[in-house]
Design a protein around this ligand. Sequence first.
Ligand code: PMP
Length: 412
Amino acid sequence: MAQLVDLQASATDQWAPLLAARTRLGRSDAIRDILAAAATPGVLSLAGGIPAPESFPVAPLGRALDTVMSGYPTQALQYAPTEGVERMRAVLATMATATGAAVGTSQVLVTSGSQQGLDLTAQALLEEGDLVALDDPSYLGAVQVFRRAGARLLAVPGDSDGMRTDVLEQRLAAGARCKLVYVVPHFHNPTGAVLSAERRAHLARLADRYGFLIIEDDPYADLAFDGSRLPSTDVHTDRVIRLMSLSKTLCPGLRVAGLVAPEQLVRDLAGLKQGSDLQTNTLSQYVLAELLQDPGFLPGHVSRLQALYRGKATWLTRLLRERLPWLSFQEPRGGLFLWCTLADPRLTADRLYPRALAEGVAFVPGTPFCIDQDGSALMRISYAALDHTQQEVAVDRLARAFAAETEKARTP
Ligand code: PMP
């Protein structure tokens, strides 16, 4: 058996000398392994950051697809401009204007998910050794992109109002020079924090003073339980790149998102995108443009989404408070996540995790999200995927895993 493992290892290593250094940079097997384990049959997953399948607007998307395929099929199946299909750019410009500064179509680049927007931004702007400031903890997909681009990370602590911009200011005043500051302004992944209006304005003033760009990655903005939303930081400064994912508002599978930036930057980013994938899927863009151009669709859909996630969050948080007194977290205001602290010194989330899996429930331990801070007592739980009955079973399994691990810790 040992020999077999060795052979497998050397077969994998065979290619290592050919890999560029950046392929190894920012690699994170931790989350990949955790999500794979969470997908094991029989495991109830509180781990994934994926939207609830019942949130997808299946019938309206079907009708939009019919309209496209019966009205202008060859256009929708053809190559399209790298910047995006004009109609989709216009729809995204309207959505951006409704939630921030007025923008024109030429300031919009359609990307294959906001993940591509992040990657293009990093490629376009970051040199080896450049400094990127970001929340600690942060979205792992962003950390990987920045690390791979050779950036150094400046981890900034946060609280329920998001990034502590006062701490950022102190670091800047002490000489730190960042090129980018990355924020997830609504219902942060993983913390659930919302960057307050005051801090948005403060961040914008710092961007103007110190010359950095703000990346505002905002996939959860439509998921506020009370329907509220703060305007983008771009109402205060033009030093903002907005990443407008549609993955949580509509569905991730079509891979269409908007990137909003100053026009010259959009041109440079489009140049990079051309080399990567020529353009975002034409059919997806036309289908989404058809759907979003219908003025009656989005407001109703978004309020259904908000009610759906509010219901799931209320149910799960009540169960957790009743049955897992060793877990503490702030009441969620939107988004998909609870960022929890394991308030028992005998146990870490990393130790609880394999036991929880064995009991048939998965979550994500906090460590992979954390940059400088210690994440060993932290864990991310998502209320999105499971229905009420499954949530109840999942919580009972977590309770059993906790009891078994603490019992083990007590036994000499
Ligand atoms: N940013 C954040 C903060 C996310 O949580 C995610 C996905 N979970 C993404 C970006 C990726 O979004 P998209 O599907 O639009 O690429």
